[in-house]
Design a protein around this ligand. Structure first.
Ligand code: PLP
Length: 462
């Protein structure tokens, strides 16, 4: 492995970072007495910090992004070649990689038709909200404008994306929010709001219908859902949930928006998470894994039916989608995404994801048998969570300081990077999260699971 980290003194980089960088999701007081970690290099499943210490990354760049792993020179080459030829023109014009990636993407998404480029998951979701609002104005006199979102789901960080966020801690202190967004209940069976029932999935979906009827179906334009909730605690849908959700959307003429920002591009073993459940979305958004973080890109994908509503009346100057994302015109994104997709296909990474995901779940079930603190293990593909409890019987959530201590212990002792629900849900930041790159092997996963095993033992002994 060709890693040269640590040969050069980069203390000035650390000083510049300390002096000028405002880190994401970080309380900076700790840097009064410590240095920020600078990630200097990555190869495959591993990253190296400024001290030359190697870390096994079980969260694909922290936030389930680097699906094909680090150090992919073929993606860098594709981006370089494209930038030298043509780096940018506004998205009102076309580009070669833009058109070619859209074609390949639509091949993977039967029933979908159009791709709108922008550059973050939040922005991709905002596009869907604007589309819903514009349809409401053009077709329903502005009335069918409300957008339903689900408790514990997350759709992004801008004020309107947060307005559709079901994680109270993320929203706290950032209101007032955009009007017209209405919450529906979560579908986490382990935390059933309905007690112990054998048709929880259907009932959790019916709870959405209750909200629709309360609000008035003629006011509700869309429902946005993650196929499997990510940062809200890795929530796999209960049996029967999705077919009923689809039925409800069809019945009340409500557009179904699927947020694939985390699940998209193979993370769960299919190209998109919704494809496990036979869902027919009207719009799908994606970002993180689309180019595995080698370039910024997000896509809002729609059916032809949705698209056609925006070209029906060329004489009306207001009728088309009057939206632009400046950096949606960058060609680096689709160039990287094309090569990213080639790697996923040529290296059979969807198959690897399914096989390694099953193995990881098995190993975590083994840990659950050993450690009472693990109350529930769930996930799909390489997208897995372990919910910690202080009491298995009552399912009392473990304090988030325990989850944080386990994450810190894996990092400190074994240099293994795992994640947890982070400042999302007060009282429920108790789920350890794993989302290794789709190239991972059994031996990588064994290392991760052994690290968690040791960390739990030490933290609980302390
Ligand atoms: C499900 C989901 N949707 C949307 C977003 C927002 O994406 P971004 O941070 O690129 O704006 C995230 C980010 O974590 C996410 O997990």
């Amino acid at each position: 492995m060709n890693v040269h980290v640590g040969e050069n003194d980069i203390s000035h980089v650390v000083a510049a970072d300390k002096a000028h960088i405002w880190h994401h999701l970080t309380q900076h007081k700790k840097f009064d007495i410590s240095d920020p970690l600078i990630i200097v290099e990555g190869k495959g499943m591993r990253v190296w910090n400024q001290a030359g210490r190697s870390h096994l990354d079980a969260v694909s760049g922290g936030v389930w992004t680097v699906n094909v792993g680090y150090g992919r020179t073929s993606i860098a080459d594709a981006v370089r070649d494209q930038l030298v030829k043509m780096n940018y023109f506004a998205g009102s014009m076309g580009s070669i990689p833009g058109a070619l990636f859209a074609e390949k993407l639509i091949e993977k998404m039967p029933g979908m038709s159009r791709v709108y480029y922008s550059n973050s998951g939040s922005e991709a979701n905002e596009k869907t909200y604007k589309i819903v609002r514009q349809i409401a104005h053009n077709k329903y006199g502005g009335k069918k404008h409300k957008i339903l979102y689900r408790n514990r789901d997350y759709h992004g960080t801008t004020i309107t994306a947060l307005s559709s966020g079901g994680q109270d801690e993320r929203k706290g202190q950032y209101g007032p929010f955009t009007p017209g967004f209405v919450e529906v209940p979560h579908c986490l069976e382990y935390r059933s709001q309905l007690g112990d029932v054998d048709d929880y999935g259907i009932r959790a979906a019916n709870a959405i219908e209750e909200v629709i009827l309360r609000e008035g179906a003629d006011t509700v334009g869309a429902l946005i859902l993650e196929p499997i909730t990510a940062g809200g605690g890795v929530i796999t849908p209960p049996e029967g949930y999705w077919p009923r959700v689809q039925e409800i959307c069809d019945q009340y003429d409500i557009l179904l928006i699927i947020d694939e920002v985390v699940c998209g591009m193979g993370r769960t073993g299919t190209w998109f998470g919704y494809q496990h459940y036979g869902i027919k979305p009207d719009m799908v958004t994606m970002a993180k894994g689309v180019a595995s973080g080698y370039a910024a890109i997000s896509c809002t994908v729609t059916t032809e039916e949705v698209f056609q509503m925006f070209k029906a009346d060329p004489d009306d100057p207001m009728s088309y989608f009057r939206d632009i994302s400046t950096f949606g015109g960058c060609t680096a994104g689709p160039a990287a995404a094309l090569e990213n997709m080639r790697i996923l296909e040529d290296e059979n990474l969807l198959e690897n994801t399914t096989a390694m995901g099953e193995y990881l779940l098995e190993q975590l079930e083994g840990l659950k048998a050993k450690h009472q603190i693990i109350g529930d293990v769930r996930g799909k593909g390489l997208f897995v969570g372990a919910e910690l409890v202080s009491d298995r019987e009552t399912r009392e959530p473990a304090d988030e300081s325990i989850a944080a201590a386990i994450v810190a212990e894996c990092f400190k002792t074994d240099a293994v990077v795992i994640g947890m629900t982070n400042r999302s849900l007060a009282g429920f930041n108790n789920t350890l999260c794993l989302s290794p790159a789709l190239i991972c092997t059994k031996s990588d996963l064994d290392e991760v699971v052994a690290s968690i095993d040791g960390a739990i033992t030490r933290v609980l002994a302390a």
